[in-house]
Ligand binder design. Structure first.
Ligand SMILES: [Cu+2]
Length: 573
């Protein structure tokens, strides 16, 4: 069996040049029984680990990951969230957009350059596989780090359901739709507690509910061991399927220094909000007291929280194993205090020295986000089109000119501003489905305004964190109510907007962003909430179509749909 071990061992090949290395690994993806929250469930593991292994690279490195699909009956892909894939769009890992799902038993090799330092992660991007636990951290270090700190920790945050993703997908795609409900638990680095609380001893008579962990329990939290009066970098990433989160460290302030792989002007807070798809780096200076323990708490925001906080402990050296934090965990801010969340978002501006956005844009999309019905199936739509990702990846159909693979008509660039009341349920609840895309020439400046609205029923507007592939964008501003074209553009921050790859759209509000079409490829832009994307909440950007037509794309990425047919017949008369 030694050869099997050898096969699954992570192979790191480092070419000892001063500039860049190659990081090469083989990853076997399979389902495994696991106890993420002290209850047995099934996770998608990589090489037997959950969460998957951390990639630790230096800017400029080449990453090569051979993904072996060991799932018995379903395809798989992995998306490298935050990596722009300049020159390698086929390695972006978005099923149906940049590649075919990897078939069971087959191997696909991702090869890409991590060109820029930052805190990132990776995750499944086929069906709802991210929600099944297919994720891990992806750290890209700077050879010339400008931040000074004594140590660092990764905190990968996620939410967890006891129902399988197959049951969840079916529920969401049923008529009528069956909502999956709130997560049963929140996980920190894949560890949470469902049926006990580490902090129950603060409740009257709660001692019986205090978690008792055995060594090696998969749900036992990893504590962060620190020394007093030192500075630590906390690299936080949220890969939740649904939950918007808030993180606090008891007795400590947090200095926000990085967001989505870009440095921001440092600012100090007691806690941070983090939406699915976002990453942050925080600097934390441990206070002067040794022998003490402090809670790190993660709770739900934006939806009425049913899920208990996730907890772990900041453990100052010399604290005894059986000692406990002396105060209850920090209380998560009220779930519906949206103004508090907005004020946090607005504190985030670019660090000094970052490029400013171009003054003017060449094109503008105004994308209305609505919840609708399509033949009584519940959908999410953008400008009244709910996205259906085709069986043939767009990158392949554009490369080989297979025009019957998707809808050639683009969705509308703007919704009819005057006629839609965003404060009310849609007057006409019905929507359309489609696979049309937005196409841009290279080298232009594109503005996107995301417009939120009321859902199908009741007086509710939901949070949507929007994530772009292949790019960072400048976040130009947020506003309440309906965007006023020609007026609200004047409020844009063009001085120091932050560069990000994910941005939140607040209830009943709008969010504006700007990017330059400098990366030939086909890029997904979608809500990062897994059920929302599953119900069609996304759009697709094709950039530099003539360049895609000349691109060298590995055939292995395109072995499905019409591209498979094309490749099989290649060379025949
Ligand atoms: Cu959403």
């Amino acid at each position: 069996m030694w050869w099997l071990l050898l096969l699954i061992t992570v192979v790191v090949v480092a070419f000892h040049s001063a500039s860049a290395s190659v990081i090469e690994s083989t990853w076997e993806v399979e389902y495994k029984y696991w106890w993420p929250d002290c209850k047995e469930g099934i996770v998608m593991a990589i090489n037997g680990q959950f969460p998957g292994p951390t990639i630790d690279a230096v800017a400029g490195d080449t990453v090569i990951i051979h993904v072996v699909n060991k799932l018995s009956t379903e395809g798989v892909v992995i998306h490298w969230h935050g990596i722009r894939q300049n020159g390698s769009p086929w390695a972006d890992g978005a099923a149906g957009v940049t590649q075919c799902p990897i078939n069971p038993g087959e191997t696909f090799t991702y090869k890409f350059i991590v060109d820029k330092a930052g805190t990132h992660f990776y995750h499944g991007h086929y069906g709802m596989q991210r929600s099944a636990g297919l994720y891990g951290m992806l750290i890209v270090r700077s050879p010339k780090e400008r931040l000074r700190y004594d140590g660092e920790f990764n905190l990968l945050l996620s939410d967890w359901w006891h129902q399988s993703i197959h049951a969840q997908e079916l529920a969401l795609s049923s008529r009528p739709m069956r909502w999956i409900g709130e997560p049963q638990s929140l996980l920190i680095n894949g560890r949470g507690q469902f049926n006990c609380s580490q902090a129950a001893y603060f409740n009257k008579g709660g001692e019986k509910d205090v978690c008792t962990f055995k060594e090696n329990d998969q749900c036992a939290p990893h504590t962060l061991r620190v020394e007093p009066k030192r500075v630590y970098r906390l690299r936080i990433a949220s890969t939740t399927a649904l939950a918007s989160l808030n993180l606090a460290v008891q007795g400590h302030q947090l200095v926000v220094v990085e967001a989505d792989g870009n440095y921001v002007a440092p600012f100090t807070v007691n806690d941070i909000d983090i939406y699915s798809g976002e990453t942050y780096s925080l600097l934390l200076k441990t206070n002067a007291l040794p022998s003490k323990k402090y809670w790190i708490s993660v709770g739900v925001r934006g939806r009425e929280p049913i899920t208990p906080q996730a907890l772990t402990v900041l453990n100052c050296v010399n604290a005894t194993t059986d000692s406990r934090p002396s105060h209850p965990p920090p209380v998560t801010p009220t779930w519906n205090d949206t103004e508090r969340s907005k004020s946090f978002s607005k504190k985030i501006v670019a660090a000094k020295g970052y490029p400013k956005p171009p003054e003017k844009s060449h094109d503008q999309l105004i994308l209305l986000n609505t919840q609708n019905l399509y033949e009584d199936y519940t959908k999410w739509s953008i400008n009244n089109v709910s996205l259906t990702v085709p069986a043939t990846p767009y990158l392949g159909s554009i490369r080989y000119g297979l025009t019957s693979a998707y809808d050639l008509k683009s969705p509308a660039k703007k919704f009819t501003v005057d006629n839609y009341d965003i404060m009310k349920p849609p007057a006409n609840p019905n929507t359309t489905k489609g696979s049309g895309i937005y196409s841009f020439p290279l080298g232009i400046v594109v503005d996107v305004v995301l417009q939120n609205a009321n859902v199908l029923k009741g007086v509710v507007s939901e949070i949507h964190p929007w994530h772009i592939h292949g790019h960072d964008f400048w976040v130009l501003g947020y506003g309440d109510g309906k965007f006023k074209p020609g007026v609200d553009e004047k409020t844009y921050n063009l001085k120091n907007p932050p560069l990000r790859n994910t941005v939140v759209l607040y209830p009943y509000g709008w969010t504006a962003l700007r990017f330059v079409t400098d990366n030939p490829g086909v890029w997904f832009f979608h809500c990062h909430i897994e059920p929302h994307l599953h119900m069609g909440m996304g759009v697709v950007f094709a950039e530099g179509v003539d360049r895609i037509g000349k691109m060298e794309i590995p055939d292995e990425a395109l072995g499905c749909g019409l591209t498979r047919k094309w490749l099989m017949n290649r060379g025949r008369p």
